[in-house]
Design a protein around this ligand. Structure first.
Ligand code: NAP
Length: 297
């Protein structure tokens, strides 16, 4: 195997130590960063994501305030919890676990989150600020991917970056971050309308797979020496696994690792970074609020 493994798990651990120091500093001002978590319904994947996020909060010395609503809750009941979180001084960041049940207007719920508590960076105001490079919260998964690239010493300036996927929460923000002058990559975004995907991926110095298709990217689609970041998390049936499935990324790890210069695994890659950036954004929100209350900028 030629590639260096980008261990998101290890980078996340390093960052969580930095976050714990900031939490301890805020504690001296009597501030405990708090995350309001809203879960609607009983989707098993959502429950396990929420549980992992709350556990990470507790480990970092932060508070989390969970509200669970039944899957048949009305739009108004969901909005009422978001408004309650907006008004609660103990809550500095709000996480609405997605997806919401189909009858709930997800956009309306997200737009109701106060921008200063939008630590997922999903509200239209934050998205606009991100594109304008103004003070904002950057969505956690894209921000985590950028940290992985930077902390692994992967060059970005002048390189070709290809993002496979154009969702609002992963692909689009990632592409936007990579074209910032500070990173200075030349970015191509691929999607289901892209003809001849390998012709793009083979030119990528940085290839980010966020399509949600298990094993979509194989070694023969990768430029030798490229940095390959696998965002995909796909459940594939595996009767030998205790739960009957296992998690697989969008990249066929074994063939890709023979060609790539750097590669992130699934699990243990982007996943732990996403949670870490959620903690970082919540601490940042608490620090901004404490600064505003004490009159600091
Ligand atoms: P999404 O909303 O379903 O978007 C997937 C994107 O990939 C779409 O833009 C789609 O194109 C494109 N796509 C799908 N199949 C493709 C193909 N064969 N060739 C080229 N493009 C293709 O998914 P998402 O929310 O962005 O998530 C993507 C993956 O990342 C999922 O596996 C998800 O579980 C994972 N994820 C992981 C984390 C983490 O923390 N590790 C966080 C978020 C998401 P169209 O627009 O044309 O449909």
């Amino acid at each position: 195997m030629a590639a260096k493994i980008i261990e998101g798990k290890t980078i996340a651990k390093e960052m969580r130590e930095e976050i714990a120091k900031k939490v301890a500093q805020l504690a001296t001002q009597g501030v405990v960063p708090g995350l309001g978590v809203l879960l609607v319904g009983m989707d098993p994947a959502s429950i396990s994501y929420v549980t992992a996020k709350e556990k990470a909060c507790a480990e970092a010395g932060m508070a989390s305030f969970e509200r669970r609503l039944p899957a048949d809750s009305t739009q108004e009941e969901v909005l009422a919890v978001v408004r309650e979180f907006n008004a609660d001084d103990k809550i500095h960041g709000i996480l609405v676990q997605l997806p919401l049940p189909k009858h709930i207007d997800e956009r309306a719920v997200i737009a109701t989150i106060a921008p200063e508590k939008d630590v997922d960076g999903f509200t239209p105001i934050n998205v606009g600020r991100m594109i304008l490079e103004e003070s904002c919260y950057v969505p956690c998964t894209p921000a985590g991917v950028i940290e992985m690239i930077k902390r692994s010493g992967v060059p970005t300036s002048g390189v070709n970056a290809v993002v496979v996927g154009r969702s609002n929460i992963v692909g689009k923000p990632l592409a936007n971050l990579l074209i910032r002058k500070s990173l200075n990559a030349t970015v191509t975004i691929c999607h289901t309308g892209t003809k001849d995907l390998p012709s793009y991926t083979k030119k990528a110095d940085i290839l980010i797979a966020c399509a949600g298709r298990a094993g979509l990217i194989t070694g023969d689609m990768i430029k030798p020496g490229a940095c390959v970041i696998d965002v995909g998390v796909n459940r594939v049936e595996d009767p030998s696994a205790a739960k009957g499935f296992r998690l697989k990324g969008d990249v066929d790890f074994d063939s890709a690792a023979e060609v790539a210069g750097w590669i992130s695994p699934v699990p243990g890659g982007v996943g732990p970074m996403t949670i870490t950036l959620l903690l970082a954004n919540t601490v940042e929100a608490a620090a901004r609020k404490a600064g505003a209350v004490s009159g600091k900028a």
